[in-house]
Write a protein that binds this ligand. Sequence first.
Ligand code: GTP
Ligand code: SPV
Ligand code: MN
Length: 626
Amino acid sequence: MDRLCFTVSNAVNTGCILACNPYNCPPYKTVVRLAHGYPENLSMTTQLPSLQQWVDEVAARTQPNQIHWCTGSDIEYQKLIDMMTADGTLSPLDQDEYPNCYLHLSDPSDVARVEHLTFVCTKEQEDAGPNNNWMSPADGHAKIDALFEGAMKGRTMYVIPYCMGPIHSPYSRCGVEITDSPYVVANMKLMTRMGSEALARIESEEKFVKGLHSTGDLDPERRFIMHFPHELSIKSFGSGYGGNALLGKKCHALRIASYQARTEGWLAEHMLIMGVENPDGQTHYIACALPSACGKTNLAMLIPPESLPGWKIWTLGDDIAWLHLDETGQLRAINPESGFFGVVPGTNEKTNKNAFDMIHRDAIFTNVGRTADNKPWWEGKNVGEPAFDWQGQEYDPENGPAAHPNSRFTIAATNNPSYSSLSEAPEGVPISAIVFGGRRATVTPLVYEAKNWKQGVMLGASIGSKLTAAAAGEVGKIRRDPMAMKPFCGYNFGDYWQHWLSFEDRTNKLPKIFGVNWFRQDDDGNFLWPGFGENLRVLRWIIDRCENRVGAVESPIGLLPEDGGIDTTGLDLSAEVMRALTTVDVEHWRTENSHFSDYLDGYGKHVPNALREEQRHMAAELEKLA
Ligand code: GTP
Ligand code: SPV
Ligand code: MN
């Protein structure tokens, strides 16, 4: 079977990639390092002068007790775990049922990304755009450098070389994170390709993103996450949590990478990547953007329901996709990460069995509760009872949930039963469909298709979603979250939409674009659509549309499923509910369109004309039906 065609079987494709890597990347020279082991390998350094100089400068400013260059070995990981267990940063969970699983409880003020303290520092404010908090690079450096003065006194400074993406992929990009948090090192080990191999690539490329991080004293008043896209650098102070501190993730792979991607002609997106294999063994790859805590991890490792025998799902990524056009004009995706930092609450055998099973070993849990017999516990686990909450106190429902709503598991991707070995393919996977979605109780249908690329870009740009616990703030409020990138685009959204539109000028093979919404509710707050594994029914319609196998109904917002277009056999769903899920309410959409128009106004002259025309065209089409 042709490896580069749209539909390839996962198994066939895997074998082929191992046999014939078309890029024939030279293997990066592996530098032999003295096996001093941890923590004695303090003398290990780098052959790259610019990296050595930066590490020396940081050490002079932050004054650590010692410097540890991370090799990424399993022994190093275990020693860090042992050290954190000894000093109470981690607690071992019941090792019979949860081997190699540990619990970390963060500071109660440090439980989510802090968007109001996250800045993009560009020379001109309009380059960062209204979608970002802005500071000038000079002010940004001055403000945060002052906090780093002496910040690592008495601590070990860890130098983490990492590679976002397969080590030998031309699409991958490297970085080095310096941190004083062993918890960050352990998480980076599970989430990225870090250590000696990454350092060898960095030394040979002589280019890397610089990320400097210190947990400081966790004082929210002294907490900032600063990005300097023109310098390819990040400085983060005062938080040890997730996207604030694991700098390879949102800071590098989205904010800095989106900026790099614009200048280099690719896309860095908040998207899962999954392979959907049909009973004939054909696999389509889908990239899907949903805002934080809106279902990417769940969708990426979905288990097909019994009513769809023969279907298989392959997980490539659950949070970030880097998308490139190859030399044939085909859009291809790699996952820059190699692990998951997933929302724990709600994970159970029914909703996400793959995740539920995989987090029974080798996982770090952050901010979940515990049972009396030392098993992790969270709301929606459906097994056991909480004895302690996420702050380590005896569980009392009066104090709120046992697990923090943004509690997370960290785990290597290879632990996932649905792991796709194509995750390691240097050339990534061909994308058949791009999907955008949000969490909306009303308005947005279960699924709809853009008629063309321009309408698809508008579909993505106009996504609105309820805020979730993944960021500190007002949970439940609807906000515009274009392409699920509101907190993560490292430059002006107007320019970003133009960049998206520009892909149409470069290829005639672009994937179709779809919108989805798993979260429609009735007046009593019940979800109308069963979601989770049943979402495969929607993916199937999407693939059928890509293959021109089913028809669709025209509407002002795009193409909708025909009656019966989505197979609901075996579901307890009335025709009336299905119709509610797949029709356009003209009044709702007129309001939606007018909100979107106001939103575009905020981006002034940066709004691409083509996007404005699409918005006006939709308004006119809705007017005809009013
Ligand atoms: P981030 O890691 O923050 O980017 O989140 P995510 O997009 O990966 O979200 P995740 O898959 O972790 O899901 C977040 C929450 O949404 C969990 O509580 C899930 O149980 C819930 N959820 C996921 N998929 C569905 C669905 O199809 N229907 C419903 N009703 N809830 C869902
Ligand atoms: C998100 O908020 O989209 C996450 C979690 O994936 S964090 O790593 O904290 O950004
Ligand atoms: Mn995310």
